[in-house]
Ligand binder design. Structure first.
Ligand code: ADP
Ligand code: MG
Length: 364
């Protein structure tokens, strides 16, 4: 049972600021995912929590005790990396037992019990006598996770553990990690990924990082439904949320969205404190539906169709906008390239962003 608190954590490598004023409370037993583009500081933040990297300024506490100066082994953490880092000359059993032997203080029988329990959880119990090279990539990663479980850490850290696995195995191992979190309900887990699907499916809460700054913290559905800014809005969801620049206009009290065949749609603003000189309209591909010409929000020409079987993606060129609008539509909708299409979305599903990219609330 370990809660974590990061207060104004900053990290610089020489003159380069990699993390800027990170503040974060992680509850005991929580599964928190750090997500963000490559190079945004996810691994650095995880390594700071593990003790592999020191903090330039700010404090890190475990259960209200400042641990800035504690070594990795004093922190009771275990870490699983993208590369499995198993000892090639040791059997699966020995790889899993090694950390515990090194820690000391446990008898042979206790070590044996824990290794077998962890192996059973991860379904590698048939392979205990094998060498790593006799295992598939997925099995090796499970052994690496098992080795961490055996040490019974209070905080479990994962750094892109699925990146080296092929797509099918990635999904399977992802589900195993989710199950592991249920089995080890008291263990705090922090998981780094650049993959928003992993973040959405695994996390109790997601921390979105960009250039060393926390952009938003929230449950997967909070981030999906209520992104506080453009970056988060476009990072979560696939295909990404459509952002229409220069389509909407604002008079401070409401935002007007022009419609092809009817009066503009007016959305009353709840809060007009943002920089509303430039309003961007956001709408997710899955929220767009085919409409008739009378009430539609958008009219355009289908420039490309991607049939995925369960759905199809229509790329629609709008007269007023340079980038195509992407709509996720039923796969059996009869559509063809070059055809004119009308699309609309429920008002509740429209998002507005001000000139700084901050979400603007409107009275729905
Ligand atoms: P992520 O895991 O999100 O891809 P990292 O935390 O690995 O990002 O890196 C964040 C930034 O810090 C990158 O620009 C990277 O080049 C830089 N960085 C990471 N480690 C070091 C280091 N030891 N020395 C100098 N720069 C580093
Ligand atoms: Mg990384």
């Amino acid at each position: 049972m370990t809660s974590l608190k990061l207060e104004n954590v900053c990290k610089s490598f020489g003159a380069v600021d990699v993390l800027r004023n990170v503040n974060l409370d992680i509850k005991s037993g929580e599964f928190v995912v750090f997500v963000g583009p490559s190079g945004c500081g996810k691994s650095t933040l995880l390594r700071i929590i593990s003790g592999l990297e020191d903090i330039t300024s700010g404090t890190l506490s475990f259960e209200d005790e400042v641990v800035n100066k504690l070594t990795p082994s004093q922190r009771g953490i275990a870490m699983v990396f993208q590369s499995y880092a198993l000892y090639p000359h040791m059997t699966v059993y020995d790889n899993m037992a090694f950390g515990m032997k090194l820690q000391g203080g446990q008898g042979k029988a206790e070590i044996d019990k824990r290794v077998r329990e962890a192996a059973a959880i991860l379904q590698v119990d048939q392979y205990l006598d094998r060498l790593p090279k006799q295992l598939s990539g997925g099995q090796r990663q499970r052994v690496a996770i098992g080795r961490a479980i055996v040490r019974d850490p209070s905080v479990f850290l994962f750094d892109e553990p699925l990146s080296n696995l092929d797509a099918a195995l990635r999904v399977q191992t992802r589900i195993e990690i989710a199950r592991l979190h249920e089995t080890m309900a008291d263990t705090t887990m922090i998981y780094v990924t650049h993959d928003q699907v992993e973040a959405m499916t695994l996390a109790d809460r997601i921390v979105v990082l960009r250039d060393g700054v926390v952009e938003q913290v929230g449950s997967p559905m909070e981030l999906y439904h209520r992104p506080t800014n453009l970056f988060v809005a476009q990072f979560i969801g696939s295909p990404a949320m459509n952002i229409l620049d220069g389509v909407a206009s604002s008079n401070g009290a409401s935002v007007m969205i022009p419609r092809p065949s009817s009066d503009p749609l007016a959305l009353d603003l709840k809060d007009s404190s943002g920089r509303l000189d430039k309003v961007q309209l956001g709408v997710r591909p899955e929220d767009l539906v085919v409409a008739d010409g009378q009430t539609s929000l958008f009219e355009g020409t289908i420039s490309y169709l991607e049939q995925l079987g369960e759905v199809q993606h229509a790329y629609v060129d709008l007269a007023a906008h340079s980038k195509p609008l992407i709509a996720k539509l039923p796969s059996d909708a009869q559509l063809s390239r070059g055809e004119t299409i009308h699309l609309t979305a429920a008002t509740d599903n429209l998002k507005l962003f001000d000139a700084d990219g901050k979400a603007v609330a409107f009275a729905a």
